[in-house]
Write a protein that binds this ligand. Structure first.
Ligand code: NAD
Ligand code: UDP
Length: 310
C-alpha cells in the first residue's frame, strides 16, 4: 500500500488532498507546524488508523519511510506569508531542500506545489509554462514569489543531479471550503464582508484580474499530475478570468447583497492580470477544471456561513 507524506496537510489544500488519499484507501502521514493550518481540518481523521499526524516544521530535517511526498507546506495568502517573510523564504528553500533530501533517501516521487506567483506581474497574458516571469526580487511579495522560484530550481537540480522523480505544479488562485475567513484573500474577504453586511474592500480600482479554481477541481489536478509521467512545471487553474470588481458584483448577486464597495490602496507589486494557459494539463495529463466560479461560490458561501454564524 502506498505510504504518502503530505506536508502542509492541516492547511486548506493539504487537508482536501489528504481526504482524497484516505478515501482511496491509502496511508497518509501529515507534517505540519500549524502556522496557518488548523486541527479542525483534520479532526475527522484523527481516529483513522491509516492517518498519522506529526507536528513538525519542514525547515528542520526529518527521517521517515515514505513512498510519495506531496510537498505543500508554505503559507499561501499574502497576509500570512508577509507576516514573517524571512520564515516564508526559509520554508520555501530549507523546507523544499529537506523534502527533496527525504525523497532521495526513500527513492520516493515528490510533487512540489509551486504557484502562478512565479510569473510575478506578468507581461505575457495569459501565462503559459514557458513564460519566464516578471518578478520583483526585493518587494513585499518576493519572499513568496522568489521562494517558490528557488524551490522549483532545487527540484530541477535534484532531478538533473540525482535523477530524482519530481513533479512540479504551478497553482493559480484557488478557493473553496476550509479557506480561513481571515486569510485576507479576495474570495474569503468579500464573502465574509457581504455576510456581515459590511462594505466590500476593493484594492486599487478593482480592474486587476484573477482566475479562480474551485478546490475539488484543483485537488483532482494535483492528483492526476502526481500519477502522470509529466515532470512539469504544469499550470493548474481555471482560465475563467474576472476583474476584482466583477468578482465583487458576482458575490453580491449570489448573496443577493446590497453592500457598497469601499476602495483601498492597491498593495505593492499586486499583479495586474492573471490567467493560466492550461493546454499542457489538458493534453498531457487529461485535466481541466469543471466548476465555474458561480457554481463554486455556493458551497464556499455555505462554509463561511457556518464559520462566522455558528
Ligand atoms: P495554507 O496556508 O492553508 O496551508 C499551508 C500549510 O502549510 C498550513 O497547514 C501551514 O501550517 C503549513 N506550513 C507552513 N509553513 C510550514 C512549515 N515551515 N513547516 C510545516 N508546515 C508548514 O495554504 P494552501 O492554500 O493550502 O496552500 C498549500 C500550498 O499550495 C502552498 O505551498 C501554496 O504556496 C500553494 N498554492 C496555493 C494557492 C492557493 O490559491 N491556495 C495558489 C498557489 C499555490
Ligand atoms: N483584493 C481586493 N480586496 C480584498 C482582498 C484582495 O481587492 O479584500 C485584491 C488583491 O489586491 C488582488 C486580488 O484581489 O489584486 C487577489 O488577491 P488575493 O490575495 O486573493 O490573491 P493574490 O493577490 O495572491 O492573487
Amino acid at each position: 500500500m502506498t505510504k504518502n507524506l503530505v506536508t502542509g496537510g492541516a492547511g486548506f489544500l493539504g487537508s482536501h488532498l489528504i481526504d482524497k488519499l484516505i478515501n482511496l484507501g491509502e496511508e497518509v502521514i501529515c507534517l505540519d507546524n500549524f502556522h496557518t493550518g488548523k486541527i479542525e481540518n483534520l479532526q475527522h481523521l484523527l481516529e483513522n488508523k491509516k492517518f498519522e499526524l506529526i507536528k513538525h516544521d519542514v525547515t528542520e530535517p526529518i527521517f521517515i519511510d515514505v513512498d510519495r511526498i506531496w510537498h505543500l507546506a508554505c503559507p499561501a495568502s499574502p497576509v500570512h506569508y508577509q507576516s514573517n517573510p524571512i520564515k516564508t523564504s526559509k520554508t520555501s528553500f530549507l523546507g523544499t531542500y529537506n523534502m527533496l533530501g527525504l525523497a532521495k533517501r526513500n527513492k520516493a516521487r515528490i510533487l512540489f506545489t509551486s504557484t502562478s506567483e512565479v510569473y510575478g506581474d506578468p507581461e505575457v497574458h495569459p501565462q503559459p509554462e514557458t513564460y519566464k516571469g516578471n518578478v520583483n526580487s526585493i518587494g513585499i511579495r518576493s519572499c513568496y514569489d522568489e521562494g517558490k522560484r528557488i524551490a522549483e530550481t532545487l527540484c530541477f537540480d535534484y532531478k538533473r543531479i540525482h535523477n530524482l522523480d519530481i513533479r512540479v505544479v504551478r497553482i493559480f488562485n484557488t478557493y473553496g471550503p476550509r479557506m480561513q475567513p481571515d486569510d485576507g484573500r479576495v474570495i474569503s474577504n468579500l464573502i465574509v464582508q457581504a455576510l456581515r453586511k459590511e462594505a466590500l474592500t476593493i484594492y486599487g480600482k478593482g480592474e486587476q484580474s484573477r482566475s479562480f479554481c474551485f478546490v475539488d477541481d484543483l485537488i483532482d489536478g494535483i492528483f492526476k499530475c502526481m500519477n502522470s509521467d509529466v515532470i512539469g512545471p504544469i499550470n493548474l487553474g481555471n482560465p475563467e478570468e474576472f476583474t476584482i470588481l466583477e468578482v465583487g458584483n458576482l458575490i453580491k448577486k449570489v448573496l443577493n447583497s446590497e453592500a457598497e464597495f469601499v476602495f483601498k490602496e492597491l498593495p505593492q507589486d499586486d499583479p495586474t492580470q492573471r490567467k493560466p494557459v492550461i493546454t499542457k494539463a489538458l493534453e498531457k495529463v487529461g485535466w481541466e477544471p469543471k466548476t465555474s466560479l458561480k457554481e463554486g461560490l455556493k458551497p464556499t458561501i455555505e462554509y463561511f456561513k457556518n464559520c462566522i454564524f455558528n
